[in-house]
Design a binder for this molecule. Structure first.
Ligand SMILES: [Zn+2]
Ligand SMILES: [Zn+2]
Length: 368
């Protein structure tokens, strides 16, 4: 969100840009007019005003001054032209090569004295009748009144106008570039979408690196970048929270895992808590871990009790088995019944044998 004082500041900036826009437009018009009608008096006056206005861009002021200097040369006022040229160089030392035409280009041999500087005139004393003064020559040598003995006379070179036209074209180009800068600055500064605003402001800075009034654009760019940083940090934090939510939800699901997977679940929770010590669901996960640990401990106790029980039962069964085994061996080893050893087998008659003998005897008798 833009601060209130920043809004006011941007509004002032935009208004200034719009005023500059109007000025830049009128300056372009001035240079264009002079291109069409060079040296036109009213426009030349406007150019002088522009030249003196210290709030105007140096590139325009220096060109205006150069054109005004060339106007002096055009009028043949070479001394003033030299002074003006020197003043131009000292006022705008960074603007070089504005005046390319030289004074020498605008002089030719004097037509009156044919470049001699002196010429013969009828003797003023004798008026051509010969006298002592002219030593009878009737003429005397005198300094050329046209070139004043300099042997040369001023003749305007077309290079002066060419120089002026080049400067006017540069002036138009500068005005158009200034207009483009003003328009692009206004659009960039007024852009609502922060990402677009950064792109536009950066484009302005890269398109007009030579400008010395880029501070507002730079300041606005810095502010837009700060906003972007805050937005990025918020987005990152939101993504982190969403990821944490997903992870925690996954870990919550481990509450219902089969008993065999509880150890792995506890490890997963421990690993997550180690990696994310500032996790918002830390207490909940600690509780879940404790719950799972308790379940694992209970299961282990149950298993060991069951094992004990099985072992115990096995032991009993073994003992019973052993007892059975021992008992069956005693039966095998048991001898004759007690007292049987003392019985005389010869005296012992087999009741069945007696019966058999009786039967045999009876059958014999019946046969007979
Ligand atoms: Zn004379
Ligand atoms: Zn002359």
């Amino acid at each position: 969100m833009m601060k209130r004082n920043t809004k006011v500041w941007v509004w002032i900036l935009l208004s200034t840009c719009q005023i500059m826009w109007v000025f830049a437009g009128s300056q372009e018009e001035l240079f264009t007019t002079l291109q069409k009608t060079p040296w036109e008096a009213k426009s030349m006056q406007a150019l002088q005003t522009l030249m003196r206005n210290e709030r105007e861009p140096v590139a325009l002021r220096s060109r205006a001054m150069a054109i005004c200097s060339l106007a002096l040369l055009r009028q043949g006022n070479t001394n003033q032209f030299v002074k003006a040229s020197q003043f131009l160089e000292s006022t705008f030392p960074e603007e070089k090569g504005l005046i390319t035409v030289s004074i020498a280009e605008n002089f030719e041999n004097c037509s009156a004295c044919s470049g001699k500087g002196r010429r013969e005139v009828p003797c003023p004393a004798c008026k051509g009748k010969a006298c002592l003064r002219c030593k009878g020559a009737q003429v005397i040598q005198t300094v050329c009144t046209l070139c004043m003995g300099t042997k040369q006379q001023f003749k305007l070179s077309p290079a002066v106008q060419e120089n002026a036209l080049r400067l006017l074209k540069e002036g138009v180009d500068i005005c158009q570039k200034n207009l483009r800068f003003e328009k692009e600055s206004v659009v960039a500064l007024a852009e609502k979408d922060n990402a677009k605003k950064i792109a536009l402001l950066e484009a302005v800075l890269s398109s007009f690196p030579e400008r010395t009034d880029l501070a507002p654009v730079q300041k606005s760019l810095e502010e837009a970048k700060k906003i972007r940083e805050v937005e990025l940090a918020r987005k990152k934090e939101r993504e982190r929270r969403e990821k944490e939510e997903r992870e925690v939800e996954r870990l919550r699901g481990l509450r219902e895992v089969p008993a065999a997977e509880r150890e792995a679940a506890i490890n997963a929770i421990e690993t997550y808590l180690l990696k994310n010590p500032k996790c918002s669901a830390q207490n909940e996960l600690e509780e879940l871990k404790a719950e799972l640990t308790a379940k694992v401990a209970l299961r282990n106790r149950l298993i060991s009790s069951a094992l004990w029980l099985v072992g115990l039962c096995g032991g009993f069964a073994f003992i019973v088995f052993l007892k059975v085994m021992i008992f069956s061996k005693k039966i095998e080893r048991s001898g004759p019944l007690p007292g049987m050893a003392r019985i005389d087998k010869n005296k012992f008659t087999d009741p069945l044998a007696e019966e058999r003998e009786k039967n045999q005897t009876r059958s014999k008798q019946e046969g007979n």
